[in-house]
Design a protein around this ligand. Sequence first.
Ligand code: GCV
Length: 839
Amino acid sequence: MPRLHHITLVVVLCSLTWGARAEDGSDGWLRYSRITDQAVLRQYQSLPRNIVQSDSSALGRNASAELARGLRGMLGGQYKENSGRPDGNAFVLGTPKELHRLLSGWKAPSDLGPESFAISRFDDHGHHLWIVAGDSQRGELYGVFHLLEQVAEHREIVPDAESPSAPIRWVNQWDNFDGSIERGYAGRSIFFDGGHVRADLTRVSEYGRLLASVGLNGCTVNNVNSDLRTLQPEMLRELARIADALRPWGVRMSLSVDLSSPQVVGHLPTFDPLDPRVVAWWQQKTDEIYSLIPDFAGYTVKADSEGRLGPSHYGRNPAQAANVLARALRPHHGVVLYRGFVYNQHLDWHDLKADRARAGYDNFRALDGKFEPNVVIQIKHGPIDFQVREPVSPLFAALQHTNQAVELQVTQEYTGQQRHMVFLVPMWKTALDTDMRAQNRSTPVKEIVEGKSFHQPLGGFVAVVNVGLEDNWLHHPMAMANLYGYGKLAWNPNVSTDEIIDGWTRLTFGNNPKVVSTIDDLQRNSWHVYEQYTGPLGLGTLTDIIGVHYGPGIESAERNGWGQWIRADHKGIGMDRTVATGTGYISQYPPELAKVYESLATCPDELLLFMHHVPYDHVLHSGKTVIQHVYDSHYDGAATAATYAPRWQKLHGLVDEERYDRTLALFRYQAGHALVWRDAVSEWFLHMSGIPDKDGRVGHYPDRIEAEAMQSDGYTPVNVTPWETASGGKAVVCNRAAPCTLTTKLDRPVGSYDIAVQYFDNHPGAAQYEMTLNGRNIAHWTADDTVPPAVVDKKLDGHTSTRFTVRGIALVPGDTLMLRGVPSGAEPAPIDYIEITKK
Ligand code: GCV
């Protein structure tokens, strides 16, 4: 090839490669991908190419740079940024004061509240201007992201103004200084490593940008189970670097602090919040923090909960503790987010009146009105702990003279840990829209936390996010919809689920109608589907609650002090929380709502077993019995999860390969794991109730061959615990260095079949599996997934059970199928069963 052509080809290839940048998910919903549709481009052709930034703060500069970056990415061409008076058509960014300096004739909108923005058109000396005005630079930045979102969704840019629902719109990260993340499922911490703040904080700044783009303004960067070194002077100096990285995005850093710090860090003989030395210590420590971090947002406090020390140690209450911190923060405009998650984890299971759900109300109700004005009680949306379904916490209606924030969880601790697709916005909206009827009037949770219902000055929204170092932040490409959706709801809790998911999909995967409608549909229903196969009727997630909270582990809920009981016996199931015969929890709700929950006639089916103990043959409003509902919902949910992969496959070629492949693999995994859930829960209920499934599915698996029933060379049977997480309660393992085999003769009629192998993928270890048919290799795979993620689990159980399916295999009677397992390290190539289904 002549040299010149060679060079040309290299240039062309380079630009092609550059144009088709790898879609690893790191841009989240801020992809700014080039618009190629000419009709769409035409609607933006009159947009200015000049950007005038009227102020020179870091935030202001970021706002104009972001506008240039976004428009350049989507529309192409160059954008000039400057700060002088516009000398042509331009975007002009600024606060009213700065804008007036440049454009004396421009009038600021009268209702530009805190952090709000207004986008308007203005003609000045014949120049057509788009003004992005923010009441502060933060508002300006929000206006820029809003404008860019319109373009990315191919919408017309129109004058618009928005303001946030509430001042607190924070995220919490449960990151530890060693770099691990409690309940984090996407790799290690972006903030910490090896006991220190990371040297490279690029990802932190990128995270700040993502948060700002959906209007979030605060980030607690360390675990609420706070490291006792957090407030040491040298650690604070390191932490200040994180605040520096977040500041240009208008995100203020806050820290989780342990209330024993005056003793541990300050070497005082006490941490009693009422001791004057302790009061002085908090004052001095807070001043020290502000000298390093002038915009420090405040403290997040977990105390007297799950082993953390707290004011109860000295017979003090949460208000006495919170107020000491609040008084120290107040001169600096900082706040205390004191968590309402205070409960006794050593409850007496034998006591039928004991009830963990009561704890929030019981601990805080009497303190209403006793907190300083810069204290906010941070309340998990349900009274237990982020289960797949809970009623809202009664504490929201009980605190009428205290600031409140609702705590949600983006990290999917009890909802599939970002290995299952579960779009949580519908769940959060159910909670936020719940009308608590406090004072016998409309008081939806969203309006309580916004401060509207009881006229509180502060309040808002917090979500535990736990992004990690993985490229795409949360592991599952679909999971970022939860972070985006959380931000949108915190900004405006009245925005609809449809609007949120549609916006996210367009920004994340583009505007192709087929792509948009497919992803929107998949996401929209995914919470309901997950609830169907993991814990219907208000039972909560039927997971291993004293372990990793991932796969099924039904009985783990019972007979311990944690109080996530389902109180199942051979006759019935459910927590009796009624006033009449139960724990009295229901009385914590305002009377109108309590009345609905107290009566079996009005209690909604989806919360029935949270509120009542009933026999298995109790008939629901739907007309089904409880037991049949449990069976049906598990079968229906797993069947719907099995449709995700084939529906996704219809998008092949319409979505970039990287995210397409990753999502497909996760959907296939989810389909298999939904079956693990389905079978474990249904079998367990069959065993407990003794009532058969009227459709004859539970306990009857005609297409299965148990591993322990196959002819073995080297494989030995083992009992699996809990028993319901393996078919027949047993599996086989290869406990020798050499490979083991299982062989069986098939007698299937001639036809095409899918052959699924249910096996266990332990972590660590990478066992190899091979399947042969009449000596011919038909499949080979490695068990090297991290399921459940980031947790070393050597056990065979509901977390590690998974499946591999080989499709479209032609069978005739008399075929010989052989499975060969090659153990690796701690992984003995375990197998549960094979299932052969006709295509
Ligand atoms: C950070 C649940 C989680 C814990 C978490 C706790 C909390 O119990 O399992 O990991 O601790 O909630 O919210 O404080």
